[in-house]
Design a protein around this ligand. Structure first.
Ligand SMILES: NC(=O)c1ccc[n+]([C@@H]2O[C@H](COP(=O)([O-])OP(=O)(O)OC[C@H]3O[C@@H](n4cnc5c(N)ncnc54)[C@H](OP(=O)(O)O)[C@@H]3O)[C@@H](O)[C@H]2O)c1
Length: 267
């Protein structure tokens, strides 16, 4: 990542993981554009960062679920030539049995976890391609590979983030643009509260701090690890998962005919 007076955009920079990314990117020499709805929180983050280091920190309040606000942020990203890093971090869970989660809450989740991330990535790409540089960090979740009851919308949305990011990695493989998917386990933030749960469904010892998570994911990025499971000790479990996926992909492409077991049942 280049860092000579270039900007990093962080969505969801008013709490948790987004705050930790803002702080660490400032430490790495980036100027910042911080996005979220809560201005007072963004101002606190900006103040903390600018008292520690001489960085430019711009605050942009926006509700990423609102079409007009989202277009405003897309335009900002498209028009500015000095943005080097986009961190699509804003997200939420809408957790609970699906029939008890409101349809509006699920739609809101899709708008933020999927639509905003997609449109902001799409807005960043032309400039990044023109300059043949830039980094996009998409915050998914370990739940992307763990379909689970009471997290149907959330798991589905994060599986989208993983596949969207992986497909783009393939598309951009011949460029210098870097795109990383980060798939955290439980992180101590306001996430579970904001997602409608009274308490987190994990014991305390399974939680990382937001700073640990971000330090780990940035270390992974520095090491060229573009799919990062921050607490996965045995990395060969992911490569094994990928090998199985590739084997399945090959098998799916074997013929244009229905599989034999369906033909036998039809007779
Ligand atoms: N915490 C975990 O255990 C965990 C695990 C895996 C993945 N993640 C992912 O990590 C990311 C960050 O979550 P977190 O744990 O840091 O949770 P958090 O503390 O609740 O932070 C969520 C951030 O998203 C922003 N946001 C939510 N709705 C928004 C909207 N409509 N418009 C603009 N910004 C909005 C919030 O800002 P405002 O409310 O000020 O708008 C806040 O800054 C999410 O994508 C989450 O899915 C978290």
């Amino acid at each position: 990542m280049r860092n000579h007076h270039r900007f990093a955009v962080v969505t969801g920079a008013s709490s948790g993981i987004g705050v930790a990314y803002a702080e660490r990117m400032a430490e790495r020499g980036y100027d910042l554009i911080l996005i979220a709805r809560r201005r007072d929180r963004l101002e606190d983050v900006a103040k903390r960062i600018t008292t520690k280091a001489t960085r430019a920190v711009e605050i942009v309040t926006a509700d990423l679920a609102d079409a007009k606000d989202l277009s405003r942020i897309e335009a900002l990203i498209t028009e500015r030539e000095d943005i080097d890093v986009l961190i699509n971090n804003a997200g939420l869970g809408a957790l609970g049995p699906t029939s008890q989660v409101t349809a509006d809450a699920l739609e809101n989740l899709i708008k933020i976890n999927i639509l905003a991330l997609t449109r902001l990535t799409h807005a960043a790409l032309p400039g990044f391609l023109r300059r043949n540089s830039g980094t996009i960090i998409n915050i998914a979740s370990m739940i992307a590979v763990m379909p689970t009851p009471s997290g149907a919308g959330y798991s589905g949305s994060k599986a989208y983030v993983l596949n969207f990011t992986r497909s783009l990695q393939m598309e951009l493989a011949k460029t210098s643009i870097i795109i990383q998917a980060v798939l955290p386990g439980p992180v101590r933030t306001e996430f579970f509260e904001a997602s409608g749960l009274a308490a987190a469904p994990f014991p305390n010892e399974l939680f990382m701090s937001a700073e640990q998570l971000v330090d780990t994911a940035l270390q992974a990025l520095d090491q060229g690890e573009l799919v990062c499971f921050p607490s996965l000790e045995n990395a060969s479990l992911w490569t094994g998962f990928e090998d199985a996926r590739i084997a399945l992909s090959r098998a799916l492409m074997q013929s244009g005919r229905p599989a034999t077991r369906y033909l036998e049942k039809a007779q």
